[in-house]
Write a protein of this length. Sequence first.
Length: 158
Amino acid sequence: MTNKPGVNRVLTFLAAGCGCGYSPVAPGTVGSLPGILLFFCFRPFAVPIQIGVFLLFTLLAVGLADRAERASRVEDPGFVVIDEIVGMWAALLLLWRIDWVVVGVAFLLFRTFDIVKFFPLNLFEGFRGGIGIVADDLAAGMLTNLCLRALLMAGLLP
């Protein structure tokens, strides 16, 4: 890790979702919103590009979360929300129907899964560093995506 305070501040700011993680109220919830924006930014691209960009962003998130954790000397610091961004993006990735109902349900499910962290999501909390910070949110996003697919296939969303 570099000892350059300016570099650490920039990387920590990025890990904080460009400031979303500094929200005085519900930083994780606020930090989930850029994930929706990123999803919509890349949705027009071909599926392989969407997947590739998502995977690269996820790897970047792991590195930034790890860096911010080490710089702050706090385990899984609350201001780090890049994991929520990845998780929310995963919740919407490659769904065949996207409208505000689906996005709203995805947001509610993802936040619920992320906060409650029931089995098997709680298993990912045992990982350390950036992987541990991102893994449980990524799993919550993937579970949200599967639930949305089931709801859509069953015709349970208006």
